[in-house]
Design a protein. Structure first.
Length: 195
């Protein structure tokens, strides 16, 4: 299994962002179970995508990367298109999730222009079938989103309850609107998805 190239500084990251149109950087803490899981699954998924640059940075050793992108949760996977930061995926997911992420976003980069979209945040938990369906639907429609696993991030769980008044997942925030459950019609309306 190929290893992700290790980045030791923000300067080194910037020099690696110009190598290919699509770059992913995993910010993790070595020795943390959730970080080790993310590193293992991303490394396994990355071997099928030769046209993407995959990098990793251990936050217990590197201090100048996460602050540049306002990331304080590890592991976080930063997504870059043509050298520009476009998205962050928080937490650890299984290999099939990353395979879908890498293949979907590779298709987005191939298009001449990607229209600006509203900010999308999805609050989920790993054992939730509807959460997986929401994320899959967004990916199939090339919608960039940030995913918070509320089972592992209690601060995000409390943030969600404060925003919506509800505890259940999935909940999707599109702009300032929160959608409870998998309401495809409302998602389509708010993100201008023709379907």
């Amino acid at each position: 299994m190929a290893k992700l190239k290790s980045i030791k500084s923000y300067k080194e990251l910037k020099s690696n962002l110009t190598l290919k149109a699509k770059t992913y950087l995993l910010l993790y803490k070595n020795g943390s179970d959730i970080s080790d899981s993310a590193l293992k699954n991303i490394t396994a998924a990355s071997k099928s995508f030769k046209k993407i640059t995959f990098l990793r940075s251990d936050m217990s050793q590197v201090k100048d990367v996460h602050g540049k992108y306002k990331v304080s949760y590890f592991p976080s996977l930063l997504c870059f298109e043509n050298g520009k930061f476009v998205n962050v995926i928080k937490g650890s997911h299984d290999e099939s999730f990353y395979n879908l992420e890498f293949s979907t976003n590779l298709e987005v980069v191939k298009k001449k222009s990607v229209k600006a979209q509203k900010k999308v945040v999805v609050y989920t938990s790993p054992d939730c079938i509807w959460c997986a369906k929401v994320k899959k639907y967004l990916k199939e429609n090339n919608i960039r989103f940030t995913d918070f696993d509320v089972s592992k991030d209690k601060d995000k769980m409390y943030e969600l309850i404060k925003k919506s008044g509800k505890m259940g997942v999935p909940q999707t925030q599109i702009g300032s609107t929160i959608i409870f459950g998998f309401d495809k019609a409302k998602i389509n309306q708010l993100l201008n998805i023709k379907g």
